[in-house]
Design a protein around this ligand. Structure first.
Ligand SMILES: CC(C)(COP(=O)(O)OP(=O)(O)OC[C@H]1O[C@@H](n2cnc3c(N)ncnc32)[C@H](O)[C@@H]1OP(=O)(O)O)[C@@H](O)C(=O)NCCC(=O)NCCS
Length: 232
């Protein structure tokens, strides 16, 4: 039988009762399951960014299968067929991975919610708190495109990234064939810095990617011009 250790018991009790505080602190730093940014209210809509949930599985699956044609050519290649990569189990695996990375402070994976509905994802990966750099990636429900939703979501994230997290530079590799994403990157305030030859395997082929980037200085100049009103 293990000896009775009052300090261990006390530690466990403190840990148990401090859960709400720890939960709040984690969420506040973008690391918890209840993190949320926004709302912003682009004309006629309400957009928030929030942590992904288990209950997003069916909406995620539906949109990713329906919009396969516009997403897959620019998405990281896999030997598994698209449908197999978009099962409910695949979402659960992704979710656990996203939460693990968020807890470690290496990534911030967010759902774009438009008018209360799951409408895409906006991710910040390779967060390096020492170098103060990160990389951004986005996809959006095709029915929400061309409404400025991606631009709004990006404004919200960059405000947090440069204002609260204190990062200095965010990059976005964009496949040279991805005309729409390049247009959006420009719209988001990013600048094209050059082409990275054979950078990533996307849609089944190794492709050149342009490196787009925005710095905190560029963001400060840009956000001085104002954005959509906050809905709060
Ligand atoms: C990349 C992607 C997220 C862009 O979505 P989007 O809705 O076209 O992006 P934006 O928010 O930049 O939309 C801008 C367009 O919305 C329209 N719009 C309407 N109201 C607007 C507003 N208030 N503000 C900005 N744009 C507005 C404009 O027509 C604008 O186009 P314009 O600059 O030519 O006038 C989307 O195409 C996508 O999901 N693609 C597939 C996945 C992908 O390629 N991801 C990127 C991998 S690197």
């Amino acid at each position: 039988m293990k000896p009775y250790r009052p300090l261990v018991v006390l530690g466990a009790v403190c840990k148990f009762y401090s859960r709400p505080i720890r939960h709040w602190a984690e969420s506040h730093g973008g690391r918890g399951p209840n993190f949320r940014l926004g709302p912003l209210t682009p004309p006629g809509h309400r957009l928030i960014l929030r942590s992904p949930r288990l209950s997003d599985a069916s909406a995620w699956r539906f949109l990713r299968l329906r919009d396969q044609q516009s997403i897959e050519p620019f998405w990281v290649s896999s030997t598994r067929p698209w449908a197999e990569r978009h099962t409910v189990d695949a979402w659960v695996d992704d979710l656990l991975y996203m939460r693990r990375e968020a807890r470690a402070g290496r990534a911030l994976s967010l759902v774009i919610e438009v008018d209360g509905r799951f409408a895409g994802q906006l991710n910040l990966d390779h967060i390096d708190r020492c170098a103060k750099n990160a990389e951004m990636g986005i996809w959006l429900d095709s029915e929400c495109r061309n409404l400025g939703m991606a631009t709004t979501a990006c404004n919200l994230l960059l405000d947090y990234v440069f204002g609260t997290l204190g990062l200095r530079r965010v990059t976005a590799p964009v496949c040279v064939d991805n005309r729409l994403a390049a247009h959006s990157a420009k719209q988001f305030g990013f600048r094209r810095e050059g082409t990275m030859v054979s950078y990533l395997d996307v849609g089944g082929q190794r492709k050149d990617h342009d490196l787009w980037a925005i710095t905190s200085e560029m963001w400060a100049v840009r956000s001085g011009g104002g954005s959509f009103p906050s809905g709060q």
